[in-house]
Design a protein around this ligand. Sequence first.
Ligand code: SF4
Ligand code: SF4
Length: 367
Amino acid sequence: MKEVIFASARSKEFSYQTSMVAKLERMLRKVDLSRYIAKDDYVAIKTHFGSEGGHRIVRPIFLKKVVEAVKAVGGKPFVTDTVRLKGLDYLEIANMEGITPLSVGCPVILADGLFGRNCQRVSAGNILGEIGIASEIYDADAMVVVTHCKGHIQAGYGGAIKNLAMGAVSDKNREGKSERAKIHATDTQLDWDEGKCELCGDCVDICDHDALTMSEKIEINHFICHKCRRCVEVCENDALILPVMEDEFQMAMAEAAKAALDTFKKGKVIFINFVMEVMPHCDCHPHSDVPVINDQGILMCDDIVAMDLASLDMIEKSPRLPDSAAENLDAKTGLFKGLTGRDPYVHVHHAAKLGLGQKEYKLVRMD
Ligand code: SF4
Ligand code: SF4
């Protein structure tokens, strides 16, 4: 039975000690980071920098507290994510979201380099074969994975496994071919239906990777397309088609997360999940909706499976909020299944099957 430490988001007194920030400090002391981080270890603090228009991410003040805790045990932290836009543009997103060296207290870097091509090939299981893990994560001595929990259009749920599966994998390989596309859809590719297209250009605008161009028709650059489905979702005419491979995608995600974790020695990675401002969709979307459940709190564990299961179970059991995307869902359908059409447990169970952690957990409350 794996222990998952939990601190509630409720703050009932006029006191710093009841704040989420103070609770995170106490949690970090309780887990004793010196068990995971040795003096002078380079420590990747992996988070998601967010998106222009999307503001509900893990706030810099929480990252700062993690940075301070890592420094307190002698580690050398850097806050990091992998390239999603062009590198400098993505660093500017981090800047706009308030994640800067000044705010978090340590360097803020791109783990796969300014051009998203710096990676090391790592064996990754039956579906992926191998995958490129971002160099600065590959080479780090230890890692703290800090995750904002939310829904995800293809995985149902985006927690710690998703944070690593997509976020520790390099954007591209050395030749410039999309590396993450391997996870999104292994043997399918985006297609365009000329008969349905009105050449509105919305798909071109939403693509972060410049994989679409429009003149008399829509041209798709399959070499750099990440198969992320943003263009499919935005097209109101269903003129872009990318078959969903639900289970295979989720299982590939678990394989990619395992590949990232395999680059660390045992006992060098710890996970912090924020079940707060839970969105129906991923932090990479160009907007934030209202939360679908009330803020629950912060969870911490060194087992990625127990961590994500505890967070997911907590979200699924929480009452759904009125005036949110969850309001009119069938009460009998799971929250994320209702929001995304996907079973969010598939990749978590597959991660357990791959030996990434255990499914039995016990919540240990500390408020
Ligand atoms: S969003 Fe759809 S309709 Fe508009 S240009 Fe793209 S494919 Fe055509
Ligand atoms: S799926 Fe669409 S939005 Fe995503 S990278 Fe490919 S062309 Fe761009």
